[in-house]
Design a protein around this ligand. Structure first.
Ligand code: BES
Ligand code: MN
Ligand code: ZN
Length: 500
């Protein structure tokens, strides 16, 4: 879809040209000044009358009426050069892409060099452009009957630049890889529970693993019984669907050490079990496999980038429903680790399946653990759909994630995990742990429970309950699944690669 071309000839025929403008420039400069000259000063005039503005994310379309090769030009406002960040730049590209989509513009030329600044590295600028176009125009292949209606597809994007073509190409490649992974995550989350069971999720994971030549293994119920995964099995007891534990290994090095491990919650539907959820928004609980989706999305991106880092992906998957053999409040489970758990709330099921996944991951050689989960309603109340809540037992590891999220244009916010927070769930009369101790600090309880199984291994817990799925669209995508944290964890992998 992307092609790279040296230079930009304004006499050349084009459907649509996309140009970045900065508000530091009080009058048209560079490319914009060439456009202005060809149009007898009309651009200067538009600026004067404030019909054209370089305010951040302001997109203005003009027609050239034959004065220039491009039939129409989309000016994309970028604000002040010094204030630009990766996040605002990609949001501006996303906003432009959304307008291009709305106007059904399928063949686009981008004047890439007009978007450059000192604040964002050139390769990241190219990456942002490619990524944002693919994210912002994402559309779920839904189940509507829609007859005779042609779907919008971004057919071609011609990227014009005077910079080194290889550098431009490589920025495009990585932007495409990040977007592809994020959109894989979105597709998985948008797929309803009847069409994405744990078996389906495992199939999709295996498909991605095979495509990139990764090692994989899918544990079945009998394997779980043998391994003593009492927590995962208890959650799946109430469902007719077979539980799965999906394990994929990307072995980049000769030795299987320094293994960065991603563990993703794969609840393909969460009704709450006997601690039943209210009916009102229960349908949205098809998104309770958002953690596993981000992990699989990252796997897709990593398959394209092939970084020099050993990576393991572990996904416990189940439904949380009710039947005659479903787990009951008060039940006591024995997890794979040997720790016993009193189930005080069957709706706190994510931490149960993750506990066994974390224990298994450690057994399989995990040296660093990052879990991603739509774990608590509390984090939605606290942070909304903007930032993902994070807990960690390792400051350096957290700082790496914080930087990765910044560079990926996503937000994270750290929750406390110290002193008394570490013992929040050691309150049972009959077992080592309860799975819920009620409302106080409830998002922290979730992470604190997982930490009991993580032990000393450096660990990050990403609660994406608020960010994985949104009822509002944003500059980089439609409402529904967002693919949240897919990009940030791939950035984290790249940080690991450059650190070692
Ligand atoms: N999957 C839910 C959390 C959730 C809530 C995700 C809203 C997305 C949007 C999780 O399994 C859950 O039910 N958590 C309970 C835990 C409680 C019982 C301790 C919650 O947050 O209410
Ligand atoms: Mn639940
Ligand atoms: Zn859940």
């Amino acid at each position: 879809m992307f092609t790279v071309e040296k230079g930009l000839d304004l006499k050349q025929d084009m459907q649509t040209l996309v140009v970045g403008i900065y508000s530091d420039d009080k009058k048209p400069t560079g490319l914009t000044s060439d456009i202005d000259n060809a149009m007898d000063g009309h651009i200067t005039e538009l600026f004067k009358n404030e019909d054209l503005s370089a305010k951040l994310k302001k997109v203005t379309r003009i027609h050239t009426f034959g004065a220039l090769g491009p039939k129409r030009i989309y000016f994309v406002g970028l604000g002040l050069r010094k204030d630009l960040t990766y996040r605002t730049l990609s949001e501006a590209f996303g906003k432009a892409a959304k307008e291009l989509k709305q106007h059904k513009q399928e063949d686009i030329s981008v004047a890439l060099d007009s978007f450059t600044s000192e604040a964002v590295d050139f390769k990241q600028t190219v990456h942002a452009m490619a990524e944002a176009f693919l994210l912002a125009t994402y559309q779920f292949n839904d189940y509507k009957q829609r007859k005779n209606e042609k779907r919008y597809t971004l057919a071609s994007i011609k990227v014009h630049s005077d910079e080194n073509a290889e550098l431009v190409e490589s920025g495009i490649k990585s932007g495409e890889a990040y977007a592809a992974g994020t959109n894989v995550a979105r597709d998985l989350v948008n797929t309803p529970g009847n069409l994405l069971t744990p078996t389906d999720l495992a199939e999709q994971a295996v498909d991605i693993a095979k495509k990139h030549g990764f090692e994989y293994d899918v544990l079945e119920r009998k394997d779980m019984l043998e391994l003593g995964m009492g927590a995962l099995l208890a959650v799946s007891q109430g469902s007719d669907q077979e539980p799965k534990m999906i394990v994929v290994k990307y072995k980049a090095k000769e030795n299987w050490d320094d293994v960065l491990t991603f563990v993703g919650k794969g609840l393909t539907f969460d009704a709450g079990g006997y601690s039943l959820k209210p009916a009102l928004n229960m349908h949205e609980m098809k998104s309770d496999m958002g953690g596993s989706a981000a992990v699989l999305g990252a796997m897709e991106t990593i398959g394209h980038l092939k970084p020099d880092v050993n990576i393991m992906f572990v996904i416990p998957s189940s439904e949380n429903l009710i039947n005659g053999s479903a787990m009951k409040p008060g039940d006591v489970l024995t997890s794979m680790s040997g720790k016993t758990i009193e189930v005080t709330n069957t709706d706190a099921e994510g931490r149960l399946i993750l506990a066994d996944a974390i224990t298994y991951a450690k057994e399989q050689g995990a040296s660093y653990i990052v879990d991603l989960a739509t774990l608590t309603g509390g984090v939605v109340v606290a942070l909304g759909d903007i930032a993902s809540g994070v807990m960690s037992n390792d400051d350096e590891f957290f700082n790496m994630l914080q930087q990765s999220a910044d560079e990926a244009g996503e937000y994270v916010w750290r929750l406390p995990y110290f002193g008394p927070y570490k013992k929040l769930l050691r309150t049972s009369n009959v077992a080592d742990l309860v799975n819920s101790a009620g409302r106080p600090a409830h998002p922290v309880q979730g992470g604190s429970f997982l930490a009991e199984f993580v032990g000393e291994t450096p660990w990050l817990h990403l609660d994406i309950a608020g960010t994985a799925y949104s009822n509002k669209s944003n500059d980089l995508g439609p409402k529904g699944a967002t693919g949240a944290m897919t990009r940030s964890i791939v950035k984290l992998v790249e940080k690991f690669e450059s650190k070692k």
